[in-house]
Design a protein around this ligand. Structure first.
Ligand code: NAI
Ligand SMILES: CC(C)c1ccc(C(=O)O)c(O)c1O
Length: 261
C-alpha cells in the first residue's frame, strides 16, 4: 500500500497517547491538541481519560479504555482506534506505574514477586505491546514521519538513587528496547526516541514526596524547580515534528540538570 499522505503537518495527524488520564500523558495530550494534532487518549482510567479529552482544544479527539499490560486490550483497542480514526502517525507511551508502600520504596529483599511482575507488566511489556501494535499497523499502512516516543526515567539512569528496584529495572529495559525498536523501524521511516524525565510534578512523584518537601527536592535540581508536564510535552512536540526526522534511538533527559551525563 502507498504512503498515507497528509496535506499539512501536524494538522490531520493522529497521535495515540497512553497514560492520558492524568499527569504527563494528559499534559502531552493537551499540548499536542493545541498544536493541531488529533489525539486518541488511552488509559486504564476511562472516566478520567474522557475528562482529559473533553478539555482538549480542537476536534477529532477520542478517549479509550486500554490496559497496556494486556495483549488483547492493546490489540483490540488499537484496532478500534484505527478503524474509527485512520492510521496513527505518532505513538506516545506515557502510561506507567511506580508501586510504593505508604510512600516508601521497598528494598530488594522485601520486594514481592507480585510487585516485580506487575511493574514490568505495565512499564516494560506495556511499552512492547503498544509499540508492536503500532509497528504492525504501519507495516501494512505506512505513514509519513512515523514517530514513537517511549518513557524511561532518570531513576533507571541513576541506578536506584531513590526509586524501587522493580521500577528501575522496568524502565532500564525501556532504554534498550527503544534502541532496538529504532533500528528495526528505521527502514520504515519511523523514528523512535525516549524521554527520561527527572522529577516531574505529578501524582506519581507525589507518591514519594511529602507535602512541603518541594523546596528540598528542587534544591537538588540545578534549574531550581520541579519539572512540569509541559516541559516533557514540549520536547515530545519537537520529537514528533518533521524537523526531528534525523533523530532516532535517542534518550532525551528532561530533568532540569538533575542528572547530567
Ligand atoms: N513524574 C515523574 O517524576 C516521572 C515520571 N516518569 C514516567 O513518566 C510517565 C508518566 O508518569 P506520570 O504522569 O508522572 O504518572 P501518573 O501516575 O500521574 O500517570 C500515569 C498514568 O498511567 C496510567 N496507567 C497505569 N497503568 C496503566 C495500564 N496498565 N494501562 C493503561 N494506563 C495505565 C495511569 O492510570 C495514569 O493515568 C510514566 O511512564 C512514568 O514512569 C519517569 C520519571 C519521572
Ligand atoms: C516519580 C519517579 C519515579 C521518580 C521519583 C523520584 C526520583 C528520585 O528522587 O531520584 C526519580 O528519579 C524518579 O524517577
Amino acid at each position: 500500500m502507498g504512503i498515507h499522505s497528509m496535506s499539512t503537518l501536524p494538522h490531520s495527524r493522529l497521535v495515540l497517547v497512553t497514560g492520558a488520564a492524568q499527569g504527563i500523558g494528559a499534559g502531552v495530550a493537551r499540548y499536542l491538541a493545541a498544536r493541531g494534532y488529533r489525539v486518541a487518549a488511552a488509559d486504564l482510567k476511562e472516566a478520567a481519560c474522557r475528562d482529559t479529552v473533553a478539555g482538549l482544544p480542537g476536534d477529532g479527539h477520542s478517549a479509550w479504555a486500554m490496559d497496556i499490560s494486556d495483549e488483547r486490550s492493546v490489540d483490540g483497542t488499537y484496532a478500534a482506534i484505527e478503524a474509527a480514526h485512520g492510521p496513527v502517525s505518532a505513538l506516545v507511551c506515557a502510561a506507567g506505574i511506580l508501586i510504593l508502600h505508604d510512600g516508601e520504596r521497598r528494598l530488594i529483599a522485601d520486594t514481592s514477586l507480585e510487585e516485580w511482575e506487575l511493574t514490568h507488566a505495565v512499564n516494560t511489556r506495556g511499552t512492547f505491546l503498544c509499540t508492536r501494535a503500532f509497528v504492525r499497523a504501519r507495516r501494512d499502512t505506512p505513514v509519513e514521519h512515523g514517530r514513537v516516543v517511549t518513557f524511561s526515567s532518570c531513576a533507571a539512569q541513576l541506578g536506584g538513587y531513590r526509586s524501587s528496584s522493580a521500577y528501575i529495572s522496568s524502565k532500564a529495559a525501556v532504554l534498550g528496547y527503544t534502541k532496538a525498536l529504532a533500528r528495526e523501524t528505521a527502514a520504515m521511516g519511523i523514528t523512535v526516541n525516549g524521554i527520561a524525565p527527572g522529577l516531574i510534578d505529578t501524582a506519581m512523584l507525589r507518591l514519594s514526596l511529602a507535602d512541603g518537601q518541594e523546596a528540598a527536592a528542587a534544591a537538588n535540581i540545578p534549574l531550581g524547580r520541579l519539572g512540569q508536564p509541559d516541559d516533557i510535552a514540549a520536547t515530545i512536540a519537537f520529537l514528533l515534528s518533521p524537523e526531528a526526522g534525523y533523530l532516532t534511538g535517542t534518550m532525551t533527559d528532561v530533568n532540569g540538570g538533575y542528572r547530567m551525563q
